[in-house]
Design a protein around this ligand. Structure first.
Ligand SMILES: NC(=O)c1ccc[n+]([C@@H]2O[C@H](COP(=O)([O-])OP(=O)(O)OC[C@H]3O[C@@H](n4cnc5c(N)ncnc54)[C@H](O)[C@@H]3O)[C@@H](O)[C@H]2O)c1
Length: 521
């Protein structure tokens, strides 16, 4: 209220040549009554219902529209979770803010503002209370812009910049964060670090393969905004995803006297991200974490979702925490130094994501397959965005993996068994996931869910991306006992992720013995 959304929307509309809709005005014209009288006569709940339907109808016309639409929302519109999620997925949602005193000065006595009218409290107090009550909803946005001391034009320019970039939001209330994907965006780490943590101390965690040039450049970008930067360089590889690596991060941070306002920045693949994330989550009971992934796998998977951890002799990822990053920057330029086999293996997770996402995502990958194999930046950015969007949606629905997040394990039950049988040597995780997906389709067909056309389609796509599909050559008696050790096993049954067509994967209970028979028949 009073933040200037209508003026910013008009300015933005002019800049974009876009249609501008003021939601309050739209509601008033549909109902034929003022907002104040709808509130007074029908109550807030009825008003929100009308507002929700109006947004839905506006949203339906966005898909495929050539001209963008700028909508100045009512301040309470996004308090409706379903409306907010729709806006986040289908549009670009920006929260404008200003200090309560400034807002109060702008709205005066609040005439025509139903939430202020008739209150005994000062407008400034009412506005502070409303903002506090709506903190979770307002934080779920593509960008939060403080409008104080800025002109309408400047704010509109910033909104336009966000709209052009379309970061992916992981909406988790006040713990929400954004995943930015692009070429040459790593320098933004400085600005984002200032927004994310109040302190000016940063610890960059990287491994020997990325220390130069990427780790060093990230350190320099942080120093450029005035941070005191130190770094830890871990030995590379899965075998170093252990307690010693975690200790190296803990000790360096403690030696530096890092406070709870410090920031740990993970620059590297999934190993660095998981180790740095675990260390950050436990240091001083939790300091801020940023992820700057430099492998395709870390970009499409491990940097998003908040799982951290390390391995023990008894198995992989057995010790861990959930600790969401404050921001994620995926700069595809960092993939220029990544060995080709690492890149190819990560494409298995991309196929998995597309299959979970739906027909459009699968068709996009089929079209982009040759470009992805060549390492084309645009195709890579499209694939990463698709996978991150899917992961953001699943993580939001089930942050701690009690239900739908398990869908992300498509191909992983058999994949893990294949990796474990080889002692985690000689078979890349991504190759194992590709074979695991082939196995999942075999199981699905046996259950009468997927048909031969779907199985052919996924195998063709995996093959086009250079991934293995020869399950029978890989799955032997050494692997089958490991199926029983799967973490997703419950009550004598395995919860198996069973794919059907694109966008319709589900979880089915299956007996491990039956699974073994089907896979080795
Ligand atoms: N937290 C999660 O949700 C999650 C999800 C999936 C996987 N993971 C974990 O991620 C790990 C696998 O991640 P990964 O595949 O990124 O492996 P990785 O971190 O071991 O990186 C692979 C190799 O590439 C090197 N490297 C990284 N970036 C490079 C670059 N830009 N140029 C040159 N070399 C580079 C690394 O030093 C390493 O040798 C596993 O430990 C897995 O358990 C975690």
């Amino acid at each position: 209220m009073g933040v200037g959304k209508s003026s910013v929307a008009r300015a933005l509309g002019r800049k974009l040549g876009a249609r501008v809709v003021d939601l309050d005005a739209e509601v008033e014209s549909r109902v034929g009554a003022s907002i104040a009288s709808i509130f007074a006569e029908r109550g807030e709940a009825a008003f929100r219902q009308i507002e929700r339907e109006t947004v839905r109808e506006l949203g339906e016309s966005w898909g495929g529209a050539e001209q963008p639409t700028v909508v100045a929302l009512g301040g309470g519109t996004v308090t409706d979770r379903a409306t907010r999620r729709m806006l986040l997925e289908q549009g670009v949602l920006v929260t404008l803010s200003a200090p309560a005193d400034e807002l109060a000065a702008r709205v005066g006595e609040g005439r025509g503002r139903p939430l202020l009218a008739g209150s005994q409290e000062s407008p400034s107090n009412v506005l502070s209370r409303i903002v506090a009550e709506r903190a979770d909803a307002y934080a779920e946005c593509h960008r939060w812009i403080d409008t104080s001391h800025r002109t309408v034009d400047e704010v509109a320019d910033e909104v336009r910049e966000v709209a052009a970039e379309q970061p992916v939001v992981v909406p988790l209330g006040t713990r929400s964060y954004r995943v930015e994907v692009g070429a040459g965006i790593r320098d933004r780490v400085g600005v984002r670090a200032c927004e994310a943590a109040s302190g000016a101390q940063a610890l960059v965690v990287r491994d020997e393969h990325v220390a130069r040039p990427w780790g060093q450049q990230i350190g320099e970008a942080l120093e450029a905004v005035g941070h005191a930067v130190d770094s830890v360089t871990l030995p590379p590889g899965e075998e170093h995803k252990n307690l010693s690596s975690v200790e190296a991060v803990w000790d360096r941070a403690l030696e530096l006297g890092m406070g709870r306002d410090g920031l740990v920045v993970a620059v590297g693949g999934g190993v660095v991200g998981d180790v740095a994330g675990f260390a950050a989550s436990t240091l001083l009971r939790g300091v801020a974490l940023a992820q700057v992934p430099t492998t395709l796998l870390a970009m499409v998977d491990s940097s998003v979702g908040g799982k951290t951890g390390f391995n023990r002799d008894q198995g992989k990822n057995l010790i861990g925490t959930f600790h969401q990053p404050r921001f994620v920057l995926c700069d595809v330029e960092t993939l220029e130094t990544l060995p080709q086999p690492e890149r190819t293996a990560a494409l298995a997770e991309v196929v998995k994501s597309a299959w979970l996402q739906g027909p459009e995502a699968v068709a996009m990958l089929e079209r982009d397959a040759p470009a992805l194999v060549q390492g084309d930046p645009e195709a890579t950015i499209r694939a990463i965005r698709m996978a991150v969007r899917l992961k953001a949606r699943v993580v939001t629905a089930d942050e701690r993996e009690s239900g739908t997040r398990m869908l992300l394990n498509l191909g992983h039950t058999v994949g893990h068994a294949l990796e474990a049988a080889r002692g985690y040597r000689g078979l890349r995780h991504g190759d194992a996931v590709a074979l695991g997906m082939v196995a999942a389709f075999r199981v699905s067909r046996e259950l009468g869910i997927a048909g031969p056309a779907e199985q052919d389609r996924v195998e063709r796509l995996l093959g086009a991306l250079g991934l293995p599909t020869d399950l029978d050559d890989s799955l032997d008696v050494r692997a089958t006992p490991y199926l029983y050790a799967d973490k997703k096993r419950r009550g004598g049954q395995l919860h198996f992720v069973v794919p059907a067509g694109p966008g319709s994967t589900r979880i089915e209970p299956v007996q491990a013995e039956w699974l073994q028979r089907v896979l080795t028949a």
